[in-house]
Design a protein around this ligand. Structure first.
Ligand SMILES: *Cc1c(COP(=O)(O)O)cnc(C)c1O
Length: 370
């Protein structure tokens, strides 16, 4: 057990389970099935085809999906999906695609979509500094929209949808990069879900795309092969050399979820307890810690908060580092502080963070008048 690594609250790349890191460290030298280093196994091997099959089955199994969907493992991160989605569904279409602009990441997807076709921003939280998410009644979706795009968890601002927005008749597309496999998800209500691995389920280099068969049938014929969901599906995620190591890591993470944690409901219960303990500390601090998001929209994955002054925040970060706690700085776009509580962050780690926060507030309370 590496005690420093156990206290990593980074927003991404995020913490991975200790048992997965142990298996990876062995597999770097000798992957147990092949006897080869995982970094030197061919992507055309039977072993790798079995890794992809098992990983796909694990993801579908954890989400409870029986049929009608494919799982792709692509490169280019979530950012490439910002473009691949409108290239596939918006070229030559006259009705606007609908986008929810709820924070830093969902906002990044919008200019990429505008390159491909018309976009209607159905809700924009920027005038309110992205401190809240829309409520269902605020979203006037058009029944003929080609699709609705949103992010289930705004990683920077620390806000997470607690309901599924949009009309079931409009294909629903969701960026779940920072909360995929953190809780049960009604996946059948989505046409396409994507999540890069590096927040919650693996290292950078691979992005999961779960999509309905109908989406694959609608891919235009003139896309570059690399950006074509059909070509990628036909190649079984082996269109060109895939990131074998990142995909193998994700397999180990899904095995950990199934075997050690048990299910996404069990994972959710742990994640709820973790978040509840940190938010309880914010709320009990008499305004010393100031949560960024409206209470109803608080994220279980990313707790974004501020102190009275940027100087005090810097002091918090220095003291946290000295106490062995890493990754607590806020995103460069908003500053402040952020504790990311991804799946691999343990309850024990959260308890250490919470008692550090209580001590820090006690010592510095005089610095925060009012
Ligand atoms: C981090 C993040 C991204 C950016 O992903 P890349 O893989 O770096 O392109 C996109 N969406 C969300 C929700 C994120 O948290």
């Amino acid at each position: 057990m590496n005690p420093r690594n156990a206290l990593n609250f980074s927003g991404g790349p995020g913490a991975l389970p200790e048992t997965v890191l142990q298996q990876l460290s062995e597999a770097l030298i000798r992957e147990p099935v092949t006897g080869l280093s995982v970094l030197g196994i061919s992507h055309r091997s039977k072993w790798f085809a079995e890794v992809v099959d098992e990983l796909e089955a694990n993801i579908l199994g954890l989400l409870g999906i029986q049929r009608g969907y494919q799982v792709l493992f692509l490169q280019g991160g979530a950012t490439q999906q910002f473009s691949m989605i409108p290239m596939t569904l918006l070229r030559g279409v006259s009705a606007p695609a609908e986008y929810l602009q709820t924070g830093y990441w969902s906002q990044k997807a919008i200019p990429e979509a505008r390159r491909e076709g018309p976009v209607r921003v159905l809700w924009n939280g920027q005038p309110e500094q992205y401190q809240r998410l829309p409520q269902a009644y605020e979203l006037a979706s058009a029944p003929d929209a080609p699709y609705l795009h949103y992010a289930s968890n705004e990683t920077v601002e620390g806000m997470q949808f607690q309901y599924v927005p949009g009309l079931d008749s409009v294909p629903r597309i969701c960026d779940m990069s920072s909360d995929f496999l953190s809780r049960p998800c009604p996946a059948e209500r989505y046409a396409l879900i994507y999540a890069h691995a590096q927040k919650n389920i693996g290292p950078a280099g691979v992005t999961v795309v779960l999509l309905r068969d109908e989406i694959i049938e609608r891919v235009p014929d003139n896309l570059p092969g690399f950006l074509d969901y059909r070509a990628q599906a036909n190649a079984r995620s082996n269109f060109n050399t895939p990131p074998v190591f990142a995909i193998y890591t994700m397999l180990l993470v899904t095995r950990w979820l199934k075997q050690d944690i048990g299910s996404l409901s069990a994972m959710d219960q742990i994640n709820q307890q973790k978040a509840q303990r940190v938010y309880a500390q914010l709320d009990a601090s008499n305004g010393f810690y100031r949560g960024r998001a409206r209470r109803e929209d608080r994220s279980l994955m990313n707790v974004s908060f501020n102190l009275a002054t940027p100087e005090l925040e810097q002091q918090f970060l220095r003291s946290a580092e000295a106490a062995g706690l890493s990754g607590l700085g806020g995103h460069r776009s908003v500053g402040g502080l952020r504790a990311s509580l991804y799946n691999a962050v343990t309850l024990a780690a959260v308890d250490t963070l919470v008692s550090f926060m209580a001590d820090f507030a006690h010592q510095h309370r005089h610095a925060a008048p009012g």
